[in-house]
Design a protein around this ligand. Sequence first.
Ligand SMILES: NC(=O)c1ccc[n+]([C@@H]2O[C@H](COP(=O)([O-])OP(=O)(O)OC[C@H]3O[C@@H](n4cnc5c(N)ncnc54)[C@H](O)[C@@H]3O)[C@@H](O)[C@H]2O)c1
Length: 260
Amino acid sequence: MTVGKRLEGKVAMVTGGASGIGAESARLFAAHGAGVAIADLNDNLGRQVAGEISAGGGSALYRRLDTSVEDEWREAMRAVLERFGRLDVMLNAAGVSGRGPDGATSPPIADADLDNWNHVMAVNATGVFLGTKHAIEPMLATGGGSIINISSIYGIVGSTNNAAYHASKGAVRTFTKSAAAQYATKGIRVNSVHPGFVDSPMTQAVHDDPERSATRLAQTPAGRFGQPMDIAFGCLFLASDESTWMTGAELVIDGGMTAV
Ligand SMILES: NC(=O)c1ccc[n+]([C@@H]2O[C@H](COP(=O)([O-])OP(=O)(O)OC[C@H]3O[C@@H](n4cnc5c(N)ncnc54)[C@H](O)[C@@H]3O)[C@@H](O)[C@H]2O)c1
């Protein structure tokens, strides 16, 4: 391990890397010496983040990928390996809230829409399964790697809202433990990260609403919303060799929300 740059010589793929937590993690990984493959559906922002990293002297690639579609994973992974030759870190950060663009409160379960449920599960749960599945072969080829799956505090506790999101993030939490158990002896570590309320495009509509924002802040002992960088630093630790003995764990970064 090189102290200073903590990912020197490593290659990381970041889904959801065009925005919010994924974008900040991609930038941080690159600043710590990793080659970074950004995968997302937002081509403009994805290219922008990859361009920033390259302009700063880093090595980055943007690739369009719908993480819920397995054929697209095969193509995307081929492109990543063609460019970088290896994969050391897989950060599965792509996700959807399942709320409308206005951040609207979701209906109670009795009125919930099956298509919405299926979409949230497809991106948040199936997408993480596929990202983990397709990272394993290249990681085995080089003796191991680190898979980081972004869950949520709402993969640990429930709330009165957005049950599909909670179910999808709960799936990520326990899937991560199964994957960790299956590949622990092969040098592949798999951990989940559980952010609390973080300012990002996903939460902007809710955090811009004074009433809902105040409710969320009141639930957060630290008294402020998280920033994407608060989560990216946790991902950096899990990506680095500093966490070599950590697998199947839940890294909660929530300003104290689940402590009370
Ligand atoms: N912001 C929060 O408060 C918070 C809290 C807990 C967990 N999370 C989780 O963190 C992760 C990142 O969220 P964020 O807050 O940075 O939101 P964000 O909306 O800024 O980023 C999510 C990214 O995922 C991409 N994406 C969505 N569906 C995709 C698909 N099918 N294929 C590829 N890319 C897709 C989007 O285009 C976007 O760039 C998500 O998994 C989210 O559920 C966020």
